[in-house]
Ligand binder design. Structure first.
Ligand SMILES: CC(C)[C@@](O)(CC(=O)O)C(=O)O
Ligand code: SF4
Length: 419
């Protein structure tokens, strides 16, 4: 019987052939904690240390200070002190304030096709775009993986997302994943893998693959996976990591729980309305609603390609006086690329505020908390009540193009009307 991508990855790592539903122990190739949830992991880890355990792979244990950096409050700054000490005392790898969003750094530098990458954060699924099982776990499980260098998994069932055709102008992969959110529902893929395939998946650029896999967890997914192909290889090679590449694809006779066919030419610009990710409709249906804040960034859409789409629409124009546009490159490499390409200057001249790499407004901790009654149109992945720091505010999710178009008008705008 053929295997799905996740069955292949887990079999490879467990050293025996496994299929959906079985349990397997796998080595964890890289493990990550951050300042949002990591304090719990280190508390738990310290208990394990008392029992005589140490970090299994300090050189592949990553600690990020990205959710609240630079720190907005002394309590969080004190958490940072603890996390820095923890990393330094144990020779773990520390990414301090401003050094990027954990998931972006994971894909740029750490995640290897065919392996298991674990994080104390649900969006660790982003790494699945490289053909690895990237997944988030609770802080206790992550602490165990830090100490043991492995963890156990129930091999997930797979929903195959077969992508065909071509996206129309003004429509982007973010619209595809929002469309799928509407089809599958926010709990429609609980503990399952979304495996992307078909000709349009093969043609899709890495940046867009990351966006799709990043949001697999918004349907409850254990992971989102793409085959590891020539595009994966080129992405790694461009970062001096070609030796990390292995080819990986599902078997043609793999068994899927369900196959969802999507013809890309039928997709329109989509938007998720408050307060759930599956509350989606075409942008046109909410066209004209005022938005006071717009956010371009995050592990979902904070890459150079995302910034490029937006800046091409904003260049030489000014955002509406009634709005504020926050732009946050997801990593220093993205920031540097945007500087070199002149995007930062273009954003500033259009009236945007450029923020340092991190999570910022996405998690509602700082750098863009909304006021009572305000709305934000954001390229992020979650819009539940209070997500951007205020339960009396409204978060809409859309593509970088829709955010740029709406920044120009001050109201929700279909990007096809601006390009
Ligand atoms: C810590 C939090 C803000 C988080 O990063 C946590 C997570 O995804 O697990 C999120 O995006 O919801
Ligand atoms: S950018 Fe947002 S979704 Fe991504 S890790 Fe940070 S807070 Fe979580």
């Amino acid at each position: 019987m053929g295997k799905t991508l996740v069955e292949k990855i887990i079999s490879r790592n467990a050293g025996r052939e496994v299929s959906a539903g079985e349990l397997a122990v796998c080595p964890v190739d890289v493990v990550m904690i951050h300042d949002g949830t990591g304090i719990l992991s280190i508390k738990e880890f310290q208990r394990l240390e008392e029992a005589g355990l140490t970090l299994a792979k300090p050189e592949r244990t990553l600690v990020f200070l990205d959710h609240a950096g630079p720190c907005p409050r002394m309590e969080l700054a004190t958490d940072h002190v603890k996390l820095r000490h923890f990393a330094r005392e144990r020779n773990a790898v520390l990414y301090d304030v401003g050094q990027g969003v954990c998931h972006q750094i994971l894909v740029e530098k750490w995640v290897r096709p065919g392996t298991v990458a674990l994080g104390a954060d649900s969006h660790t699924t982003t790494g699945g775009a490289l053909g690895a099982l990237g997944t988030g776990m609770g802080s206790t499980d992550v602490a165990m993986a830090m100490a043991m260098g492995e963890n156990w998994f129930r091999v997930p069932e797979t929903l195959r997302i077969e992508l065909g055709g071509q996206l129309p102008d003004g429509v982007y992969p973010k619209d595809v994943i929002l469309y799928l959110a509407g089809q599958i529902g926010s709990d429609g893929a609980t503990y399952k893998v979304l495996e992307f395939g078909g000709p349009a998946a093969a043609a899709m650029e890495m940046s867009d693959r990351f966006t799709l896999c990043n949001m697999a967890i918004e349907f409850g997914g254990k992971g989102g996976l793409f085959p590891s192909d020539e595009k994966t290889r080129a992405y790694l090679a461009a970062r001096g990591r070609e030796e990390d590449w292995v080819a990986l694809a599902p078997d043609p006779d793999a068994v899927y729980e369900r196959v969802i066919n999507v013809r890309l030419e039928t997709i329109e610009p989509m938007i998720a309305k408050p307060h759930t990710v599956d509350n989606v409709c075409p942008v046109g249906e909410v066209q004209g609603r005022p938005v006071e804040q717009l956010f371009l960034g995050s592990c979902t859409n904070g890459r150079l390609e995302d910034l490029e789409v937006a800046v091409n629409m904003l260049k030489g124009k000014r955002i509406a006086a009634s709005t504020r546009l926050l732009v946050m490159p997801a990593s220093p490499a993205v920031y540097r690329g945007a500087l070199d390409a002149g995007y930062i200057k273009d954003f500033m001249e259009a009236g945007a505020t450029v923020l340092p790499p991190g999570c910022g407004p996405c998690s509602g901790v700082h750098l863009g908390i909304l006021g009572d009654g305000e709305s934000c149109l954001s390229t992020t992945n979650r819009n539940f009540k209070g997500r951007m720091g205020n339960p009396n505010a409204f978060v809409y999710l859309a593509s970088p193009a829709t955010v740029a178009a709406s920044a120009l008008t001050g109201v929700i705008t279909d990007p096809r009307e601006v390009i």
